[in-house]
Design a protein. Structure first.
Length: 474
């Protein structure tokens, strides 16, 4: 009986090697595993297209998958599986933007590898006109991480040094993202911040080691200098490193340099011509943030047709912020025909991928519109809590407080409602405080009225606790 790696190798020797490398990274460098999975998916679409003499007119993976579906090379189930793998790869590129913990990232990488092997088994008869051989999925191991560290230290292997740096950077970004989501416990937060600081310092060390020999490492070295991974930032040296990496053709560096030309940097003057050049070069390599920023550039110039083109491309590439803005453009009919249903679908997609503005929008729509797409109060509550946790959003605090006080979520929780209102008042601006004031008074009265009629000890305890939270006059 074959192993899963042997199955994929028999399916395609080239893809078999990509699969082996991706699987070897799952336990220790899951980000790289997911990026390899996305590359594997890209090559797989080329293989499928070649088998049926289909010619792609776009390098965009989303477009390629849809073309294969439209040409009936693949069925709906395979189409969905490919899109799922595409999405997993996008999450792997920026796990901190999807609020993933280290454990969740590894779990995602493991599930993606298993889905990929199953997809190959499903496609085996299509491409080889043979029944799929019997195979068994082998357990994951942790050899790759140890091997990378050995090669980075003992062999002075610059690619290994870069990959070790990327692993540490990913860990640091997720640690920092979780730190910022903590409650306002200063002592607890400081303890965790030190953990991410150490990870950033270690990442900076390995990027600096590899930078003279690797353009990708040079880009990451520049980012580490810009953000002060080692302690203090050096924006001049950071921008110079980014420029070097961009001139060497690194997509992420070209995207970042284009952004600097768009908004200005420490020593980089605003230049729409240069911004356009570098953003278009990065977009041609499917760098989704570059596509999104091109959309912003054209939107600012009131060229809504071009803005729509690039923002929709970035959205289809899986970039959540672009999906959110595409939903807004579709709702308004900017650069396109207004399409409320498509707008709602893209808003839902962005929310599902953790885009905070979209999550708030979807939650509010679900709670206030009984005909909302995918109306689910459990999801609405989850979205609001995520936006409060990661975005410290006052509107989300207010919305969730109202829902808990009014029983919209299927229960009444006056303590939770009062705690959210108190948090909102501490963070709110002048306009938000005007909204909070009547809600505060209304909740105080609600608690007083219930206390007058209830004799339930647990309810009385909860109501007294809510009163304590609302004791300060407003």
């Amino acid at each position: 009986m074959l192993t899963d790696t042997q199955l994929v190798t028999q399916f395609s020797p080239e893809l078999g090697e990509d699969y082996r490398v991706a699987k070897s990274y799952v336990r220790d460098v899951p980000t790289q595993a997911l990026l390899h999975i996305r590359s594997f998916t890209h090559k797989l679409t080329e293989r499928l297209a070649k088998s049926q003499h289909v010619i792609f007119d776009s390098p965009n993976l989303y477009d390629r998958i849809e073309t294969l579906n439209r040409e009936k090379v693949i069925n709906v189930r395979i189409t969905r599986a490919l899109h799922r793998l595409r999405g997993d790869g996008n999450r792997g590129a920026h796990p901190e933007k999807y609020h993933l913990t280290a454990e969740a990232l590894q779990d995602l990488a493991e599930r993606s590898i298993e889905r990929l092997s199953k997809l190959v088994a499903d496609l085996f008869p299509t491409l080889h006109q043979l029944d799929v051989p019997d195979y068994q999925f082998e357990p994951f191991d942790s050899i790759a991480g140890r091997d990378l560290c050995y090669r980075a230290v003992m062999d002075n292997d610059h690619q290994a040094q870069y990959l070790v740096g990327m692993s540490l950077k990913t860990r640091a970004l997720m640690q920092r993202e979780q730190e910022q989501a903590l409650a306002d416990d200063v002592n607890e937060q400081q303890t965790v911040v030190n953990q991410s600081d150490e990870s950033f310092k270690q990442a900076a060390h390995w990027f600096a080691q590899a930078a003279p020999f690797s353009a990708d490492a040079m880009h990451e070295h520049g980012v580490s200098l810009l953000h002060g991974y080692s302690g203090e930032s050096d924006r001049t040296a950071g921008e110079n490193a980014i420029i070097s990496a961009a001139k060497a053709g690194v997509a992420n560096a070209m995207a970042l340099l284009g952004y600097f030309y768009l908004v200005g940097g420490e020593h980089i003057e605003v230049s729409q011509r240069d911004a356009l050049h570098y953003l278009q070069a990065a977009a041609a390599l499917e760098q989704s943030e570059a596509m999104a920023n091109l959309g912003v550039l054209f939107y600012q110039q009131a060229d809504y047709v071009q803005a729509y083109h690039y923002i929709s491309s970035a959205a289809q590439a899986g970039f959540p912020h672009a999906q959110y803005h595409l939903a807004l453009m579709l709702a308004r009919g900017e650069g396109c025909k207004a399409d409320p249903l498509a707008s709602e679908q893209w808003m839902a997609e962005a929310a599902e991928q953790g885009q905070l503005d979209a999550m708030l929008n979807r939650a509010q729509y679900m709670l206030n519109n009984e005909n909302a797409l995918g109306n689910d109060f459990t999801v609405a509550e989850h979205y609001l809590r995520e936006v409060v946790k990661y975005g410290h959003s006052v509107p989300a605090m207010i919305e969730l407080s109202i829902a808990l006080a009014d029983g919209i979520l299927g229960r009444i929780d006056v303590v939770g409602s009062a705690a959210l209102l108190k948090m909102a008042r501490q963070r709110g601006n002048e306009r938000e405080l005007e909204v909070i004031a009547p809600l505060w008074q209304s909740l105080v009265l609600q608690i007083e009225k219930v206390l007058e009629v209830t004799d339930n000890p647990d309810e009385i305890t909860a109501l007294n606790r809510a009163q304590e939270l609302l004791a300060e006059p407003i």
